[in-house]
Write a protein that binds this ligand. Structure first.
Ligand SMILES: [Zn+2]
Length: 409
């Protein structure tokens, strides 16, 4: 009897063992349900600095590149079918040279999209994004990262809108002429009167007001002035990582109360406190480091990203910077969802502009986020909202506000 029971028990354990082995999958594999959901959804990333790479002779949007985070083959692999290409230049460049450089980048986005028009189509509205999805194409959109690029001239904002720009962050790392940044000393007590006029003009033009990078006071001023919901195209939660680039719980609640969306940023020093503390100690923090490297590289952007990656790799190998898991991204999504619900959270990776955590090496890894959210018990509808539908909703609201303001000026 004992022997029989032992045999039965060992057979059961053996079967359990086989079942565990059969279910064990490599780290990057996801469930069939997550795969089906992810690859049938609109996966819209609101912030990618890939535009800078268009100026490098080594980069080709249509081919798989050995470095960086985004290109068409990897977007296909990761199911990322809508992308906001960021128009960005250093915040110390102001006036007409800033406008000129921004126009260079806007042109580069259009040229690259045209070059790969079989795969990609330029989108100006939420409807355009949905149509691109139905046609199996990637929707390309544009956002300006920093109000300094209008050269302190409100007319440039209208020209940007005509060229297809659909959001603008009010600042980058430094204050501009009319708004305070989160990573600079306050100079304007938030938004100046001209800054408020710019927000109103953005509403009229259908350009979403993006509060990533701005100071807390600028955020509250913009929230009060804007007639359309705001976005934070690439910010995470300050409750989990105390960085001024992230949003406090109160800010996230205020943003959501007016219908806005926080699109979570994957940058290691914005999502992980231990990494942020170590990085501050070793490099003086993200702004100081960028400033130093930009000088060292004489403003050559390819050199800047190479140098940033090399220094980070070296510090990590020396054990001076801790490893950060991609699961921290999911923690930030989950924190924001618990705070304000699934209608107000999205994805704003900062690919090609930030240091990615382990396991999120490029955009091909995005399905893991869908898988992780389903495993946490999120409904398929809520996951779709986070992947892209929430951002499309805010775009539609911004379009509606624009139509109303133009009809009744
Ligand atoms: Zn940024």
């Amino acid at each position: 009897m004992r022997l029989t029971r032992a045999v039965v028990l060992s057979a059961i354990f053996c079967l359990i063992g086989i079942a565990i082995v059969a279910r064990a999958v490599p780290g990057d594999e996801i469930s069939a349900r997550a795969h089906k959901l992810h690859f049938s959804s609109i996966v819209l990333d609101t912030h990618d600095d890939t535009t800078q790479r268009f100026f490098s002779a080594d980069y080709d949007l249509g081919k798989r590149n050995a470095d960086g985070h985004v290109d068409i083959p990897r977007m296909r692999e990761g199911g990322m079918n809508a992308i906001f290409f960021s128009i960005w230049i250093d915040g110390k460049i102001m006036g007409p040279p800033a406008v000129q450089k921004a126009l260079d980048q806007i042109d580069a986005v259009h040229e690259n999209v045209n070059k790969y028009s079989k795969e990609m189509v330029f989108a100006r509205t939420a409807y355009d994004v949905r149509r691109a999805h139905e046609e199996g194409k990637i929707a390309a959109l544009m956002g300006v990262e920093g109000g300094h690029m209008i050269g302190n001239d409100i007319r440039v904002l209208r020209i940007f809108a005509d060229l297809g720009v659909r959001y603008m962050t009010l600042t980058h790392f430094y204050n501009d002429e009319w708004a305070d940044s989160s990573t600079d000393k306050p100079a304007h007590n938030g938004l100046t009167d001209f800054g408020k006029e710019i927000v109103r003009e953005m509403n009229r033009q259908g350009i979403m007001v993006d509060i990533s990078h701005v100071s807390d006071k600028t955020f509250y001023d913009a929230l009060e002035v804007s007639k359309a919901p705001l976005i934070a195209s690439h910010s995470s939660c300050r409750a989990l990582c105390n960085h001024p680039r992230d949003m406090t719980d109160d800010m996230i609640k205020a943003l959501a109360a007016k219908g806005g969306v926080i699109q979570i940023n994957y940058e290691k020093s914005f999502i992980d406190q231990a990494y942020k503390d170590a990085s501050d100690k070793e490099t003086g923090g993200v702004v100081q480091q960028l400033c130093e490297i930009t000088k060292h590289c004489n403003n050559d952007e390819a050199c800047v990203s190479r140098e940033l990656a090399n220094r980070e790799k070296k510090l990590t190998e020396e054990g001076k910077l801790p490893h950060v898991s991609w699961e921290r991204i999911v923690d930030h999504i989950d924190h924001a969802v618990k705070l304000v619900g699934a209608d107000h959270v999205g994805l704003g990776s900062d690919f090609d502009g930030a240091s990615m955590p382990d396991g999120m090496e490029d955009c091909s890894k995005l399905p893991k986020i869908t898988d992780a959210l389903l495993k946490k018990g999120y409904s398929e509808g809520d996951v779709r909202k986070i992947l892209g539908e929430n951002t499309l909703r805010v775009m539609e609201q911004a379009e509606r506000v624009s139509r109303e303001l133009r009809a009744h000026p």
